[in-house]
Ligand binder design. Structure first.
Ligand code: GLU
Length: 489
């Protein structure tokens, strides 16, 4: 690659499922690299495998990229000078290139039936022969090929690989990796349905879209020699390759998957992670920003990003670190921003809270949540029309229910006299009551907390009472007393 070419990178996730965090991490590396070099970040849709196509995948991938703030410069929804960006809309391009390879004798039509291919594969396995295909159709004469075509025989097209020798991949992170070509099959490049295989399409498009650097997961390394042979067959210069390590499960065994508590970007979004936190966490997964700083903005990361700093060893997912980072980002949000982000989580839980109402609660909860979702059980009682506490929670150890009921009624009476309904005034009133009744703060306040919130653990009591409001507090204290007295509550 000439050093003067503008940097162009791409992500090419197949629309076969929802956007995996490993894909997101690869996308982030690509995005950072493009930003670091003032280049373009391209999104291409590799949808040539029709049997695995999932219609919702595309919208999910788009939403994930937008949410993470790594919006492509070019892509299926953005357009661009190198479109279309959906491979299924580029079929004539691939067919033209396959025709060129056929004409040059570098590819051949294969008429073998799936049944024959199966038999051959099994026989070769048994005989411990290299490769799965016996290259039967590579040696068909021109007349035979013409005759089969005239019969209308369904066929694929295979690349005629060299039968011996090595081909070396020069990878930015791993250096040179040599592949023994004698071990390799003649790969199918055009399927019988007229669609290209991934191998052909990825090469044709990386060239057609002027991609300079391919940053992709290292699970694609075994495919690299096929791609290199296609570059050779076309007489093209390959891009710079940088295969990045996979994101592993927390125990370091295998790829991160659903059963590890979330593997798709949408899982983390739904669980109340901030995009800032997930971006920061993913960027650090396999890359070091600096010796000791771990918190940074995308722009700061882009200013320092260099391919050579990506770590070759795979990174294991660390849920605790992500959670810690999320808590950090939550605490650093401006209160109105945090409130606005909490509203949809409350709405999903059936709570129609306004941003202003939530803003009033922010000081009570911002230090107590590490995900946005955690806010729901912490504050749902503010909007409840009725609290139904558990009797066991209402009655502290060593107290009789009747005693607690009496205390709750006295508390309600005392609070009815409070004119300035502020946390300070309430604290003063309740502490005075504790003294007057000779009941310690703990056993007096805990039933009040449970009566008003329905929970033993809730935000700070006086602030909570202040926000819930006088009428509701008195009503809930009275209802709890009635419940303990054996009434209807
Ligand atoms: N379509 C491939 C995928 O699903 C792209 C691999 C590549 O980047 O070459 O990840």
């Amino acid at each position: 690659m000439s050093a003067t070419l503008p940097v162009r990178v791409r992500i090419a996730p197949s629309p076969t499922g929802f956007f995996h965090v490993g894909n997101a991490r690869t996308a982030i590396f690509n995005w950072l690299f493009a930003r670091a070099h003032g280049g373009a970040f391209v999104w291409r849709v590799e949808d040539t495998d029709r049997s695995r196509f999932v219609a919702e995948a595309l919208d999910d991938q788009r939403a994930a990229l937008d949410w993470l703030g790594i919006t492509p410069d070019e892509g299926p929804f953005t357009g661009g000078a190198f479109g279309p960006y959906m491979q299924s809309e580029r079929l004539p391009l691939y067919q033209g290139h396959v025709d060129a390879l056929l004409a040059a004798g570098k590819a051949y039509r294969c008429f073998c039936t799936p049944e024959r291919l199966d038999e051959v594969r099994r026989a070769r396995e048994l005989g411990k022969l290299k490769g799965r295909y016996d290259r039967h159709c590579r040696n068909l004469s021109a007349d035979e090929v013409a005759a089969r075509q005239a019969e209308g025989g369904r066929h694929t097209v295979r690349l005629a690989m060299p039968l011996s020798g090595t081909r070396t991949l020069d990878d930015v992170l791993r250096g040179e990796i040599a592949f023994d070509l004698a071990e390799m099959d003649d790969p199918i490049i055009l399927k019988s349905d007229g669609f290209p295989t991934y191998h052909l399409a990825v090469v044709v498009d990386d060239v057609a879209m002027a991609i300079t650097h391919v940053l992709r997961a290292d699970e694609w390394i075994p495919s690299a020699p096929i791609h290199l042979m296609l570059y050779d067959a076309f007489g093209w210069t390959p891009p710079v390759y940088c295969h990045v390590p996979l994101v592993l499960a927390p125990d370091g065994k295998g790829k991160l998957s659903k059963r590890h508590g979330g593997a798709e970007v949408r899982d983390y979004r739904a669980a109340g992670y901030l995009p800032e936190a997930l971006f920061n966490y993913l960027a650090l997964l396999g890359w070091a920003y600096s010796g000791d700083e771990e918190i940074f903005t995308p722009e700061q990361a882009a200013a320092r990003f260099a391919l050579g700093d990506i770590k070759v060893s795979p990174a294991a997912w660390n849920p605790d670190k992500l959670l810690w980072m999320n808590g950090h980002y939550i605490r650093s949000l401006a209160p109105d921003d945090l409130a606005a982000r909490l509203v949809p989580f409350l709405a999903d839980a059936g709570i129609e809270a306004t941003a202003a109402e939530v803003l009033a609660l922010v000081p009570l909860i911002r230090e107590r949540i590490t995900t946005l979702l955690e806010v729901v059980p912490l504050v749902d009682f503010f909007w409840a029309t009725r609290i139904t506490p558990e009797v066991v929670d209402l009655v502290p150890n060593k107290l009789a229910p009747a005693e607690v009921a009496a205390n709750l009624r006295r508390t309600a009476e005392a609070l009815a006299t409070v004119v300035h309904w502020t946390a300070e005034a309430l604290e003063e009133e309740l502490r005075a009551l504790s003294e007057a009744l000779g009941v310690k703060a703990g056993p007096l306040f805990q039933p009040v907390r449970v009566a008003v919130t329905g929970k033993k653990i809730a935000p700070p009591l006086f602030e909570t009472l202040a926000i819930v409001g006088k009428d509701k507090v008195i009503e809930r204290l009275t209802a709890a007393a009635t419940l303990l007295e054996g009434g209807a509550g």
